[in-house]
Design a protein around this ligand. Structure first.
Ligand code: FES
Length: 120
C-alpha cells in the first residue's frame, strides 16, 4: 500500500494556473492553494496563513474555492470582484489565478564539495 502521509491520493485534485507566469500545479480539495503551490516549488506571497493579514490576496480569474476558515479577511465587495485569500482557500474546480507576486522557490544552497577542518 502506498504511503500517503498528507492523504493527497484520496482527495480530488484540481489544476491551478498562475498568471501571468502560466505556471501550473495540482491542488487537492483539502489543502490550501498556497501549500499546494509550495509543494510544486512555487512561493506565493503569504504571511499569517490563517486568512487575516491579507498578504496573499490575489484575484481568481476562473474557477471556485471554498474557505477553511469561517470568515476570511475579505469584504463582500472584494469577494464579488474575485479577490481570494489562497492561504485558506481550497480549490473546488480548475482555477486560474492572477498572482504576479509568485516566485519559484530558491533551491537550498549546495553543500561544499569537501568539508575541511580548521587550519593551523
Ligand atoms: S497569508 Fe495572511 S491572509 Fe493569507
Amino acid at each position: 500500500m502506498p504511503i500517503d502521509p498528507e492523504n493527497r491520493l484520496s482527495q480530488p485534485q484540481f489544476a491551478v494556473t498562475l498568471q501571468p507566469q502560466a505556471w501550473r500545479f495540482d491542488s487537492g480539495a483539502e489543502e490550501s492553494i498556497v501549500l499546494a503551490a509550495r509543494r510544486a516549488g512555487i512561493r506565493m506571497p503569504s504571511s499569517c496563513r490563517n486568512g487575516t493579514c491579507r498578504a496573499c490576496r490575489c484575484r481568481l480569474l476562473e474557477g471556485s474555492v471554498v474557505y477553511a476558515v469561517e470568515r476570511p479577511g475579505l469584504t463582500p465587495d472584494e469577494k464579488e470582484e474575485g479577490w481570494i485569500l489562497p492561504c485558506v482557500a481550497h480549490a473546488r474546480a480548475p482555477l486560474v489565478i492572477e498572482a504576479p507576486g509568485a516566485r519559484v522557490r530558491e533551491p537550498p544552497a549546495p553543500l561544499p564539495a569537501t568539508l575541511t577542518g580548521a587550519r593551523r
